[in-house]
Design a protein around this ligand. Sequence first.
Ligand SMILES: Cc1ncc(COP(=O)(O)OP(=O)(O)O)c(N)n1
Ligand SMILES: Cc1ncsc1CCOP(=O)(O)O
Length: 452
Amino acid sequence: MDARKYVKTALTIAGSDSGGGAGIEADLKTFSAFGVHGLVAIISVTAQNTQEVRAIYDVSPEVVAKQIEAVADDIGVDAAKTGMLSNAEIIKAVARTVKKYEFPLVVDPVMIAKSGAPLLREDAMDALIEYIIPLATLVTPNKPEAEKLSGIKIETLEDAKKAAKIIVEELGAKAAIVKGGHLNLSEAVDVLYHAGKFREYRAPFVEGCTHGTGCSFSAAITANLAKGKGLEEAIKVAKEFITMGIFYGARIGKGHCPVNQNVWIEIPAEKWRVYESLTKAVRELERIGDRILPHVPEVGMNFVYALPRLYARTPKDVAGVKGRIVRFGNTVKAVGSIEFGASSHLARAVLKFMEFYPEIRSALNLRYSRGLIDRAQKNGFKVSFYDRREEPEEIKAKEGATIPWGIETAIKRLSGRPDIIYHLGDWEKEAMVLIFGESPEDVLRKLKMLTE
Ligand SMILES: Cc1ncc(COP(=O)(O)OP(=O)(O)O)c(N)n1
Ligand SMILES: Cc1ncsc1CCOP(=O)(O)O
């Protein structure tokens, strides 16, 4: 078996961003997120952070060409992209060199950094149009870049379509996608012109981090082309990837924070870890069910585990037992499967707790009894409580607000992190004890100490 054919490679010909948000660094992280081996030809070193570009030092055109040849001749390139190309001499060297190979080439016509610094010299624009655009499988300009390339003003979606068509039919690219991030529409709409047809890609505008979006989007398309996807499918995946990367952006630095490329693999990986760990813990709970039985509330129990704090925002990001855990003969039993979004009450309790203590991601509920609280205190657990009768009217009036209010009240009442929070109930509300821990195993450990 020749395992080499299963490893796909993508080459980025671009500048380095010392802040790790855009350029080569964003491209490599994106390639990795798609399981593609990344190759590089660095054209420029920038001293850059989230606020500014402090210096630019271009590599010689000869060394740029040598980098491309070195990797293409030995390793092979399944797809490539260009980013910052900086000057006309580098542009000509890149064009001369890539022409010798047959890989698909995605061109992100980088001109100006988000911080406002020019990354393409004024006099290099003509060279970009003359030498690079005609070699492009796809060009991925944003609005200002598309305006420069096409020579038309873009205000509407129709203008974006015209610009994409000009880039293909007049400048010679095979396809062009004009990104709608700057278009003041209610959605982020990108317009592709390819094989004589238009196609729109839509995604909701999300609040988040945008430094490196152009680089990461074009790198995601390149990685998917390297994996053998067709152009339109590669763009569709890249659009999902970038929307997620912006939403879960890495909030670092004081300026434009960068896209989070890791999220594409980290959320699915963390979801699996959460699922596995909770499944094991629920099985163990069922195994020791006879001693849990007296503590099962009338409404049943749940056992939850949230994604890490960066990704835990709503109950959908918290796994729990569908249908809860109930009394079953002389033991307890999970009614349904473990699913994200299966819990409402406990999920909201954990999400609120994580705002104060992000490491506390798991919880379980029991029927309140004075005995349990006494045992908790004897075991050295930190215990706090809230009184539903003290709940302010405006919180009562808001759907789903009682539990977060109660958890916050109980946390603030205590100095230090509680292990257990209880409340004594109210009219038609059962008194309840909530055990919190870093993981389901941690919660189980506390539960075992309480119920021995
Ligand atoms: C080295 C380097 N290359 C490209 C850029 C552009 O990145 P950014 O300013 O975030 O713009 P988009 O990539 O989002 O279009 C850069 N800053 N540095
Ligand atoms: C009613 C209730 N109140 C606190 S925990 C609990 C039971 C579990 O509820 P959910 O399944 O919504 O987490």
